[in-house]
Design a protein around this ligand. Structure first.
Ligand SMILES: [Zn+2]
Ligand SMILES: [Zn+2]
Ligand SMILES: [Zn+2]
Length: 331
């Protein structure tokens, strides 16, 4: 596998011929459960909640797309750019129990998972080769779920993923003209209008964005400004409990509509990596604002062409938020 850059959109893709000869056999046991006979390589564990050996843990992805050794060595190929897939690819086991998910676990368990994510991101950002460290979760077959055990995945990359790059450029431009953070401005208008806010909890807001990409798209953001999730989580003890509760409740609401979703955490890129050709490092702490995006998967709505070229969401966020607010969930 290798990384190739699309010279037009400037996005990196990971590609290569990696088709397995025969389909992987379903494993008769779960490798992420505490009693696993073939446990993956452990990176770190969070101390246990009552009755459990650990509460959340990071392991090396058993079929990692990115590998930690070596240099990316960017090379030209005529007008094109390519590099080796150097990076980190970890699985974050959200809970020792096979059936305790981010929407059914206790707030304490979810807090431990969020703190683990913050620690892993901070740790990997100590490696100057990596420009970006991100966390994501795909749940459900059509969302591309990989493991049955409740897990998220974390990658450290030598490039900034496309969507984050768009956000960084746009946030910097907005800041240049207004001297304000666009995310803070969004939050303040949404709070005033109260048309698309799902719920407030502690310092956090869950809302549906003004221009959704899919029906019921939801964002969770801190209401006070902070560019880096990991700095926020590790410096403000207690806040991750509120975030965990809001995440649990928001996922419960979404699951009254569909069980499948993509979730991604967007945080600031690695400031240790001072890239010369990307001018966004100077004001990044002021203009970028970390957040979580949840994209529910509604199979019947996934119209092929239009969906990819122009996002088409046949349900407004104002309507979506009413159903999400009124959904029956646990306290
Ligand atoms: Zn398991
Ligand atoms: Zn902000
Ligand atoms: Zn984002």
């Amino acid at each position: 596998m290798e990384l190739r850059k699309d010279p037009i959109t400037r996005s990196w893709v990971i590609t290569g011929d990696d088709v397995p000869d025969n389909l992987p056999r379903p494993e008769p046991f779960c490798r992420f459960c505490p009693d696993s006979r073939e446990p993956p390589q452990l990176i770190t564990s969070m101390s246990g909640t009552p009755g459990a050996p650990w509460s959340a843990r990071a392991v090396v992805h058993p079929n990692a797309l990115y590998h930690i050794e070596g240099e990316a060595t960017r090379r030209g190929d005529g007008i094109y750019d390519r590099m080796r897939p150097v990076g980190a690819h970890e699985v974050l086991v959200e809970n020792p129990s096979h059936d305790r998910h981010l929407w059914t676990a206790s707030d304490l368990e979810i807090e431990q998972f969020l703190l683990l994510a913050a620690q892993r991101i901070q740790d990997l950002k100590g490696d100057g080769r990596f420009k970006y460290v991100g966390l994501y979760k795909d749940h459900g077959n059509s969302a591309g779920q990989e493991f049955e055990h409740p897990t998220s995945q974390l990658t450290a990359n030598t490039f900034v993923p496309r969507r984050v790059l768009y956000e960084l450029r746009a946030a910097r431009e907005y800041f240049q003209s207004k001297e304000r953070c666009v995310f803070c401005d969004i939050i303040s208008q949404e709070m005033k209008q109260d048309l698309r806010v799902i719920e407030l909890r502690g310092d956090f807001v869950a809302m549906c964005p003004y221009a959704p990409r899919v029906p019921y798209e939801s964002w969770i953001m801190p209401r006070t400004h902070e560019a880096a999730f990991e700095r926020f989580g590790l410096n403000r003890p207690g806040t991750m409990r509120d975030l965990g509760a809001l995440l649990r409740r928001t996922l419960q609401r979404i699951r009254t509509i569909t069980e499948e979703f993509h979730l991604v955490l967007h945080t600031s890129p690695n400031s240790l990596h001072r890239s010369g050709n990307l001018g966004y490092w100077k004001t990044i702490d002021e203009d970028y604002h970390w957040h979580i995006e949840i994209m529910p998967v509604l199979a019947s709505k996934a119209k092929s062409y239009t969906f990819k070229e122009v996002y088409y969401s046949p349900l407004s966020s104002e309507t979506a938020v009413k159903r999400l607010r009124d959904a029956r969930i646990e306290p």
